[in-house]
Structures are given as structure tokens and as C-alpha cells.
Design a protein around this ligand. Structure first.
Ligand code: CTP
Ligand code: MG
Length: 224
């Protein structure tokens, strides 16, 4: 059964700024969305559904003209989870579905392959994650208190899922009106355990202008 990736690229990138849709911004001369698809393909993804902002299909078609796997473009919604749901409806036949942020253009093939392997091994929901580096404090009514970061993980993408179970989880969450932030939370809400695999610093998300500066430097120095 094919491995299909949903690439969420329908955001505007308001925190990055700069006018152009974030996923079309270049990293080392190539659009973030194209680099994301390159990396997914290198890790074993066979087909991609790219979820794009309304009105920008021609620009995304052009940016994705030379990626190594077939891509279908779908127009996204107002929230990331809405965009993912619209993409999921376009998948058709799949065994493993990956959900990836176009804003993580450098995710190593190794991470992608590990996520796919873990789903194939029987985990319904798989998330790449890293230990938290900063000390963390929780803001309280009175002030703040320290949080033990040893048990905390920062989550990245691509997140991987058994296709049928992910569709069922989305349907349940939608019908029950539950608020979830991502697809792993969606699966968790219907009782599937979420399996973690090691993420990578290279899977950082481009969010603010300084992230693009860091990403350029990491891309130039990358070793995975
Ligand atoms: N995304 C999406 N549909 C939305 C919102 C976000 O497909 N309605 C995608 C973005 O394109 C991005 C990923 O989800 O690749 C992660 O979101 P984020 O980093 O927050 O990107 P933006 O929402 O575009 O940025 P901002 O929040 O700064 O506007
Ligand atoms: Mg956003």
C-alpha cells in the first residue's frame, strides 16, 4: 500500500512576514514546499497531497514542477487542522499517511523513514520529537513555577499514521466538536497511544525571520 504525505502549506506565514506565502519562500534558492517534498521523497514517500492557499495554485504548481514524486494540489482552510482534513479527503488509497509542515523544509530522510517504519511496525500514530533544551517555567496566578523538563518533548513533523485509523479519528473529533492541535492529538482523543521516534534539529520549523537565517546556515552545514 502506498505511502502518501499531506504537506500543509496553506498558511500565510504572518509571523515570518515578507509578503510571499511562507511555503514559497526560498531556502538556498528553492521553495520551502519543494524542499519539504524532496526530503519526504528521499525518506520513502511515494506521492504527496500539497495543501495550498486559495488563489496561489499556479505559483505552487511552478514551485513543485521538478519534485521527484507526483503531487496533487488541494486548497486549504482557515486553520491547520481544517487544511489537513481537506487534504485527507483527497488521499484515496494509502496504507501509511504522513502529515508534514511545509515550514520544516530540512527534515532528514532518516526521520521520514523512521516514522514510516514505526507505522508499518503497527503504531497507529507516530511523532518525531526532541528533548526540550531550555529550562521551562509555567506561568501561574501568583507568578511562575519551575517545570521538570526531563519528561517534556518538543514535537516535529512528519507525523505518521495508519490511514484508516487517522480518517476515523478525524471523523470522531469533528462529530464530537473536540478541539485538537494536531493529528497525533486527534488520534490520542480516540484512545490510540502516540509513539515517539527521535526527531532532528534539522526538522526545525521556519516561523520567524530569524528562523530563515538559522535555516540557511544549517542547510549549508547539514550532515544528514
Ligand atoms: N497551515 C495550513 N493551513 C492553515 C494554517 C497553517 O496548511 N490554515 C500550515 C502552514 O502552511 C505551515 C504549517 O501549517 O506549513 C505550520 O503552521 P505555521 O508554522 O503556523 O505556519 P503559518 O500558519 O503559515 O504561519 P503563521 O502562524 O505565522 O501565520
Ligand atoms: Mg500558523
Amino acid at each position: 500500500e502506498p505511502v502518501v504525505a499531506l504537506v500543509a502549506a496553506a498558511g500565510s506565514g504572518s509571523r515570518l512576514g515578507g509578503g510571499l506565502a511562507k511555503a514559497l519562500r526560498p531556502l538556498a534558492g528553492r521553495a520551502l514546499v519543494a524542499r519539504s517534498v524532496d526530503q519526504l521523497a528521499a525518506g520513502g514517500v511515494q506521492r504527496a497531497i500539497v495543501i495550498v492557499p486559495a488563489g496561489l495554485q499556479p505559483e505552487f504548481e511552478a514551485a513543485l514542477a521538478d519534485v521527484p514524486i507526483p503531487c496533487t494540489l488541494v486548497v486549504g482552510g482557515s486553520e491547520r487542522q481544517h487544511s489537513v482534513r481537506l487534504g485527507l479527503a483527497a488521499v484515496g488509497d494509502a496504507g501509511v499517511v504522513l502529515v508534514h509542515d511545509a515550514a520544516r523544509p530540512m527534515v532528514p530522510a532518516r526521520v521520514v523513514a523512521d516514522v514510516i517504519s514505526a507505522v508499518r511496525a503497527g503504531h497507529v500514530a507516530v511523532v518525531p520529537a526532541l528533548p526540550v533544551i531550555d529550562s521551562i517555567r509555567e506561568v501561574t496566578g501568583e507568578g511562575s513555577r519551575v517545570v521538570d523538563r526531563a519528561a517534556l518533548r518538543g514535537v516535529q513533523t512528519p507525523q505518521g499514521f495508519a490511514y484508516a485509523e487517522l480518517v476515523a479519528a478525524h471523523e470522531h473529533v469533528l462529530a464530537a466538536g473536540l478541539e485538537v492541535t494536531d493529528d497525533a492529538a486527534c488520534c490520542e482523543a480516540v484512545g490510540h497511544p502516540v509513539h515517539l521516534v527521535p526527531g532532528s534539529r534539522l526538522a526545525m520549523k521556519v516561523t520567524e525571520p530569524t528562523d530563515l537565517v538559522i535555516a540557511e546556515a544549517l542547510w549549508a552545514a547539514r550532515q544528514e
